[in-house]
Ligand binder design. Sequence first.
Ligand SMILES: CC(C)(COP(=O)(O)OP(=O)(O)OC[C@H]1O[C@@H](n2cnc3c(N)ncnc32)[C@H](O)[C@@H]1OP(=O)(O)O)[C@@H](O)C(=O)NCCC(=O)NCCS
Length: 188
Amino acid sequence: MKVTRKRNKPSRRAEPELAPVEIRLMNLGDMEAAFELGLKLFTAEKLPTLYRSWDEHELMQLFHTDEETCLVAVAGERLVGFALGRVMDKPRSAWRYGWLEWLGVEPRYKRSGVATRLLNHLTNLFIERNARIMLVDTDEANHSALAFFRRQGFGQDIRHVYLSLNLENHPKYIEKKADELEADEWDE
Ligand SMILES: CC(C)(COP(=O)(O)OP(=O)(O)OC[C@H]1O[C@@H](n2cnc3c(N)ncnc32)[C@H](O)[C@@H]1OP(=O)(O)O)[C@@H](O)C(=O)NCCC(=O)NCCS
């Protein structure tokens, strides 16, 4: 299927047509491009919580433990989206959860159904692995993602609050910095 960009207003300048998009399992060779796309999407200004936890280690770890539920969207050679999930078992519980941890689509490809296709594929993979509930989470201010998830039928919101503490004022932190300074002075 060819993915075409939707437009609200007709424009005189023809936009270049988007290349067809294929959804497939992620492989090691996709890692760098997926990481770069995440850096572009999860910015400190727009999505501070996601920005904080998106790093190469997180991506590598998820891929190593849950390779079978990590998907990418590719247009030719180019990675244009990802959906990274994991299946979770609660000890002593009959419930098995499929958690979509990371979802992202290259800006040029937004609103052309790429995330919907990624989500549909991932849902199938979760069901094949006997998940009974699917979970997603995101910043409260991430309106586009919330609109997307609601459109896909997600609801029953539970609010979760992140709090932070500046450790630079902690006595242990101050002591550590003073020790490091002293060590540097000895080295000079
Ligand atoms: C959220 C995101 C993944 C959606 O990807 P997408 O490929 O554009 O989504 P789709 O094209 O499949 O959208 C399907 C429907 O979701 C809704 N939707 C998607 N983006 C929307 C937006 N910005 N505003 C309002 N509704 C939106 C619409 O109903 C849309 O259908 P329509 O285009 O026919 O109106 C994408 O915007 C993104 O990468 N955001 C940054 C990363 C992020 O926030 N990830 C989620 C948390 S990890």
